[in-house]
Design a protein around this ligand. Sequence first.
Ligand SMILES: Cc1cc2nc3c(=O)[nH]c(=O)nc-3n(C[C@H](O)[C@H](O)[C@H](O)COP(=O)(O)OP(=O)(O)OC[C@H]3O[C@@H](n4cnc5c(N)ncnc54)[C@H](O)[C@@H]3O)c2cc1C
Length: 320
Amino acid sequence: MSENIEKVKCLIIGSGPAGYTAAIYASRANMFPVLYQGTQPGGQLTTTNDVENFPGYPDGITGPEMMIELQKQAERFGTDVRNGWITKVDFSGDVHKVWVNDEKEIHCDTVIISTGASAKYLGLESEQKYLKLGGGVSACAVCDGFFYRNQEVIIVGAGDSAAEEAHYLSKLCTKVTMLVRRDQFRASKIMEARVRNTENIEILFNTETDEVLGDGQVVTGVRVKNNVTGETSKIPATGFFVAIGHKPNTDIFKDYLDLDETGYIINVPGTAKTNVEGVFVSGDAADHVYRQAVTAAGTGCMAALDAERYLAAKESVVEV
Ligand SMILES: Cc1cc2nc3c(=O)[nH]c(=O)nc-3n(C[C@H](O)[C@H](O)[C@H](O)COP(=O)(O)OP(=O)(O)OC[C@H]3O[C@@H](n4cnc5c(N)ncnc54)[C@H](O)[C@@H]3O)c2cc1C
């Protein structure tokens, strides 16, 4: 083996709640994990202000602070946390090969994938401005809906997730305006019916977002355009929710792992196992349903325990 190739027992890809939780468990099980943070150290939660639903923080905590705490906890037990982006993998043989920044090659006994999924946004300048300011743009109703209780909000999207999130918001907010680009939903009939039958949800078909309006700090409304008539109008709102889908960060695994049609990694139900022995998945990279920090952390724990049991079983075969 070339001197440049490093050998590790457990490689963790990603530094969100899933990756760090896997690291805490793997390091406490003497698996000497090496964790690559990727381009977003701390993961998605570093892009949000207040996290109020993660157990153990009765007064809430900011996303960046929480992720620093998780990193410290993983490092306390010996996790080797590194900067670097995994650019390529080869899971075709007994040894799992991984490349960092197209240069460094690592051979791994086990790999835990915790690369998350990125929310899709419309891409409007005004949307990105208020998203970065933390001033009223969100891609997660379950995470941020509570901050808009008794207020008027807007949600963009037409699929099942959008319908579910609109319904969730309708229980907190006085009014939810749903913007649907086409003249019909993409959501299932049952989800569509749920939205249509909710009194405080107004659906605007053939309607696109022209601009997110604000006072420079927070969102105050949206200018919309009817794509049939060309007419524009303003809708007042304090929250602008985007529910047009997520993209799992799984492209580099597609030649080796089973993915669903959207790109989420398919795990063996009830476990963190993938279709390749010794390769495990945790967090949003395999979860198109819950997409929460606490569920990501939970599956991070599962991935480390599954990896530890896999190694133990392998070692006991060698001993016999
Ligand atoms: C604005 C916002 C607010 C949110 N608020 C809440 C909330 O209040 N409560 C809640 O429970 N959830 C919240 N969520 C959801 C929560 O952030 C996610 O469910 C959670 O972060 C998923 O964790 P994860 O570890 O699976 O992935 P992520 O947090 O997405 O982390 C993925 C990690 O993988 C790394 N990575 C990706 N590809 C590579 C690669 N090729 N090589 C190396 N590293 C790679 C990235 O750099 C990143 O570190 C929010 C999400 C957003 C976007």
